[in-house]
Ligand binder design. Sequence first.
Ligand code: SF4
Length: 236
Amino acid sequence: MRRLTHKWNNKRNIMSEGVYGEQPTGRVTHGLLRLSTAMRSQAWEWAEGVGLTPTQGEILVLLMQRKGPMRLGEIARETALTAATTSDAVSTLEGKGLVEKRRALDDGRALAVRLTARGRTAAKKALQWPDFLAKAVGTLKDDEQAAFYRTLLKTIHQLESQQQIPAHRMCLSCSHFQPSKNPKKTPHHCLLLQINMADTDLRLDCSVYEEADIAMQKKGWKVFAQVTCLATSRGR
Ligand code: SF4
């Protein structure tokens, strides 16, 4: 009887491995969730060490990336937080002397948030917590990193289309972007900055981004998606 129970438990353990399904979609989802668990744990470990929360750290990094004041509504949109959570986090950061609120230059009734000198120092430190992930990605070959990044860009684009994450100021939806039909031979090109770009140079948050019209975005994504499919099948 004991042996039967043991067998049954083993069988149940083996079956529970595929809790997200046995198809590639389920495996990839499971893998991403494991990464998200590691990221959450590392983010909390870092944040607790400096007396912040991961959300507060994220807001500091966002303000540093944007290099200027941001309104509360913009911060909420970019971080996909509610207005109330954003307001609470910013008030806490203000209380710690890491950000300050000022009247927005273009609208005296609105408030804009900006980093203080101490906030900039804290933001630079906050940039370091994902280092553990960068080290792991750094062990992949160049081709693997490029394929990974292309796949991530496509997944991000899909989530943006479903309005599940905020839109990014990324090359692939920018009016200055010229996608290559064969990035291994001819790089992509930015008409504004006059630079050539390999897949891994494509930006996710560009300060001089200008949104392309929908037809142009669709065309750019179509070319990029076809190239991704070709690169993936060649890699098999
Ligand atoms: S302006 Fe920025 S986002 Fe647009 S294509 Fe050039 S580098 Fe990419």
